[in-house]
Design a protein around this ligand. Structure first.
Ligand code: NAD
Length: 335
């Protein structure tokens, strides 16, 4: 099987490429990534010499480059490539539309032109908007995105749906909750808190810290996508989540406890604009229809993750210099 994985140099994409090549050593994987600030080929060091692995540096919105990649024959597309950070989408929405919406349309056109056995769009629970104190998102929950990021992801989901309805493209959309684990860019909550704490820096927490996210270990997301590629019913949406709802402040305090650091590092900052209060996923469909089961519970997963960031300090220290530093200062002020 020959897979085109886009965004394979990012957090989830690189974990997915490694997961698939370890599980299916005979598969061929083409990783197409434009290497934005979030793309890091260092993540893929362990498999870069694997004979089934090829890297193409290209933008998914570049129709010519995408067409060239498809010419070699592609069976399955898994589209991870995206601008993925909500805060950045509030500062600069345009690139979110370009990559997430227009890039997806370019990929869909190529998949339609050349024919594929499956196109998987990796989406997010954020497209459903925000929950009150009760209830969970199901696949039937109406889309109600609140940030430019989630709006652009919802837009791409709608295009994927339309290419199935209009052209019969064999697609699936997966909508996963917040991921955590190795190789996550240190602008996202868990690695941000770990790296700041290790540097004895303030730990910025939005608003009252009581916003709730449902957390899933990245490897469990990868195993779910693997199942969708092989057994997903064309045209269906699958929610993916770990039943691990936690407030942001709980996450921060858990990390501090684990690192033996004081809570005095916590600094409440002005809330994010349009900040969704709560996400919670009902993953019954993928569990019962495809037999998916997450392997990691949050308590052990967060410990493994903290250990990884402790053991791989040079990985995130290199990232924190340069471009990320400039963005961080714009967002939170000087450290
Ligand atoms: P990430 O920001 O770590 O990685 C994104 C990758 O896409 C990077 O390697 C980047 O270089 C690449 N990229 C960006 N624009 C591109 C373009 N125009 N052409 C080619 N490559 C491009 O993101 P992530 O956290 O790994 O998320 C991956 C996907 O999963 C995204 O689509 C995101 O919406 C979705 N998702 C993420 C989470 C989460 O918690 N991180 C949860 C649910 C869904």
């Amino acid at each position: 099987m020959k897979l085109l994985v886009t965004g394979g140099a990012g957090f989830i994409g690189s974990n997915f490429v490694m997961y698939m090549l370890n599980k299916y050593p005979n598969y061929q994987i083409i990783n197409m990534d434009s290497l934005t600030y979030a793309g890091n080929l260092e993540n893929l060091k362990s498999i870069e010499d694997h004979e089934g692995y090829t890297f193409i540096k290209a933008d998914i919105a570049d129709a010519h480059a995408v067409d060239q990649a498809f010419k070699g024959g592609i069976d399955v597309v898994v589209n991870f490539a995206a601008e993925s950070h909500v805060d950045r989408s509030i500062l600069e929405p345009e690139i979110f539309v370009k990559t997430n919406v227009m890039g997806t349309q370019v990929l869909l056109d190529a998949a339609k032109k050349y024919g594929v056995t499956k196109y998987v769009q990796v989406s997010t629970d954020e497209v459903y908007g925000s929950l009150g104190e009760t209830g969970l998102f199901t696949e039937e929950t109406p889309l109600s995105p609140n940030s430019p990021y989630s709006a652009s992801k919802a837009g791409s989901d709608m295009l994927v749906r339309a290419y199935h309805e209009t052209f019969g493209l064999p697609v699936n959309i997966t909508r996963c909750s917040n991921n955590y684990g190795p190789y996550q860019f240190p602008e996202k909550l868990i690695p941000l808190i770990i790296s700041n704490a290790l540097n004895n820096k303030d730990l910025p927490v939005y608003g009252d810290g009581l916003n709730i996210r449902d957390w899933l270990y990245v490897e469990d997301h990868c195993s779910a996508i693997d199942l969708v590629i092989h057994n997903g019913v064309n045209g269906e949406v699958y929610n993916i989540g770990g039943n691990n709802e936690r407030t942001n402040i709980h996450i921060v305090k858990t990390i501090l406890q684990e690192l033996n650091m004081p809570e005095s590092l916590i600094k409440y900052v002005k809330d994010r604009l349009g900040h969704d209060r709560r996400y919670g996923i009902n993953a019954t469909k993928i569990t019962s229809d495809l037999g998916w089961q997450p392997k990691h519970n949050f308590e052990s997963g967060i410990k493994e993750t903290i250990r990884w960031y402790l053991d791989n300090q040079s990985w995130w220290e290199r990232i924190q210099s340069g471009k990320y530093q400039a963005y961080y200062e714009k967002q939170y002020g000087e450290r």
